[in-house]
Structures are given as C-alpha cells and as structure tokens.
Design a protein around this ligand. Structure first.
Ligand code: CAA
Length: 258
C-alpha cells in the first residue's frame, strides 16, 4: 500500500488536512492532489464537519507542482490529461470554508493552492511567489488570474515576471493573506478561526462563501442581487429565527443546522 501524502485529522467540528511529502517540500504531484481532493470531498459530505484547515510543514506549505514529474511531459501529455484541470479544479467545488495555514514556501502551485482556499493565515516565515517563469513556463493554476484579483495588476506582474518571493508582511499589506502570526501560532490560529466558523449556521456560512466568490464572477448588480436573494432565503431557516431571537434575549445562539 502506498504511503498517504495527506494527513487527515479532525479537531472537533474542524477537518484538518496536512500535506505530508516533506522530502520534496510538499511538491504537488497528481497523487497528492487526488488524495487532497478526495479528503476535501469527504469532509464536505460529513455532517460533523463545519470548516476545514489545510496546512503543510513549517518549512513549506508547498513548493509548487512536481517539477520532476512534469519535466519530460509533452504538450500531448499535459493536454490529454487536462493537467491542472479536472483534479486541481475540483477543489473549488468544496462548499464548506477552507482556511490555508501557510508557513514557509508557498510557491507556484503551492501559492495557487493557498489562493484557491477561502482565506490564508500566514506564519511570519511564509514566502509567496510564482517562480514558474524561471522554469520556462507560466503559472497554470491561477497565478495569472487569482493573484491579480488578490493583489492588483502591478504586484502580480512583478511577482510573475520576475519570479521574486514576497514575505508574509508584504503579502498581508497586498491583501493576499488575512492575518500574519508567529510560526508557532499559525496552525492554532487557523484552527480557532475554523472552530468559530464551524459554530455558525452552516447554511449562512456556505451562502456567505458562495456570495463572496460570486463577486469575482459577476457584475456588481448581479452580485448584489445574488447576495440579496440568498439573504432572503435564509429567512426560511430555523437558524435565522434562533440567531435573531438569541440576540434579542441576550444569550448565545444554539444553531440547529451546523
Ligand atoms: N517539485 C519537485 N521537487 C521539489 C520542488 C518542486 N516544485 N520543490 C522542491 N523540491 C525538492 C527538491 O528537488 C529537493 O529534492 P532532493 O532533496 O531530492 O534534491 C527537495 O525538494 C528540497 O529542495 P531544495 O534542496 O531545493 O531546498 P532549498 O531549501 O534549497 O530551496 C526552494 C527551497 C526555494 C523552495 C526550492 O526547492 C525551489 O525553488 N523549488 C521549486 C519552486 C518552483 O519552481 N515552484 C514552481 C513549480 S511549477 C508550478 O507550480 C506550475 C503551476 O503553476 C502549478
């Protein structure tokens, strides 16, 4: 039996996934992505899980797609398997929130994987970059698409064209990461945030995620309508009654659909 490349654990209502290919700095082979996608789908389907944390090691969240595996591939090889398409793209169909807890290198596909999560909490030693240009290619999983949406055109061009790395402080200033914390806090910080999310009503959590993601795909008018209709829909839930009653009665809400 092959050794698992992704460690799967639960902490209360939080699913914790740890990329576990330390010798290759968590280089993202098809096998590790397939395992990750399967584990994410399992947590998404599990009623006992309300949010997910994805992390790597202290040295590397992930140093990119697996260069050793890709090196000799031809156009036909990558095109026919739709490399970076079906298996990597399946991550975006996960409906529960995923927090990336990033320490060390998040480069190439590693940076893109972190960006495909819902938000990133970074350790002070985190380094983000899209160095693909040094390999004679370009980013293939969102480095030219998600990165400019996150940090703006100027910084995305700078990072993608020069291949330089950005440290955690710069990534926070640029809006790529939501928080920077000391290395020994990064996983706990992400798990605590995930536990908070997992204590909320799952319908409102999933709708909030869907609405924010819609902001990237739709015009402002369409996005506003999508948000408003989802807001209206939540009035059909028991949890809306519970949440608002609890506020008025000055007590903690006890959500039924978590
Ligand atoms: N693929 C395969 N193996 C990798 C790897 C990768 N992306 N990144 C690191 N490794 C391996 C190294 O080959 C090395 O293996 P060996 O011990 O067997 O030689 C091991 O991990 C440790 O790496 P280093 O010795 O290089 O460690 P370092 O501390 O000196 O440097 C680093 C760390 C700066 C991250 C360096 O490893 C590096 O530059 N890695 C490649 C980063 C990169 O180019 N990423 C983009 C990949 S392409 C891509 O991701 C396309 C896409 O858009 C999806």
């Amino acid at each position: 039996m092959s050794v698992p490349l992704v460690k799967v654990e639960t902490r209360g209502r939080v699913g914790l996934l740890t990329l576990d290919r330390p010798k290759a700095l968590n280089a993202l082979s098809n096998e590790i992505i397939d395992e990750l996608a399967a584990a994410l789908r399992a947590f998404d389907a599990d009623d006992n899980i309300g949010a997910i944390v994805l992390t790597g090691s202290e040295k590397a969240f992930a140093a990119g797609a697996d260069i050793g595996a890709m090196k000799d591939w031809t156009f036909q090889d990558v095109y026919s398997q739709d490399y970076l398409g079906h298996n990597w793209e399946s991550l975006k169909r996960i409906r529960k929130p995923i927090i990336a807890a990033v320490a060390g290198y998040a480069l190439g596909g590693g940076c893109e994987l972190a960006m495909s999560c819902d938000f990133i909490i970074a350790a002070e030693n985190a380094r983000f970059g899209q160095p693909e240009i040094k390999l004679g290619v370009i980013p293939g999983y969102g480095g030219t698409q998600r990165l400019p949406r996150a940090v703006g055109k100027a910084k995305a061009m700078d990072l993608v064209l020069t291949a330089r790395m950005m440290d955690a402080a710069e990534a926070e200033r640029a809006g790529l990461v939501s928080r920077v914390v000391p290395l020994d806090r990064v996983l706990d910080e992400a798990l605590e945030a995930a536990a908070v999310i997992a204590s909320m009503s799952l319908s409102s959590v999933m709708m909030a995620k869907e609405c924010i993601n819609r902001a990237y795909e739709a015009s402002l008018d369409e996005g506003m309508l999508f948000e408003r209709r989802n807001f209206h829909a939540l009035f059909a839930t028991e949890d809306q009654k519970e949440g608002m009653s609890a506020f008025i009665e000055k007590r903690k809400p006890d959500f039924k659909h978590r």
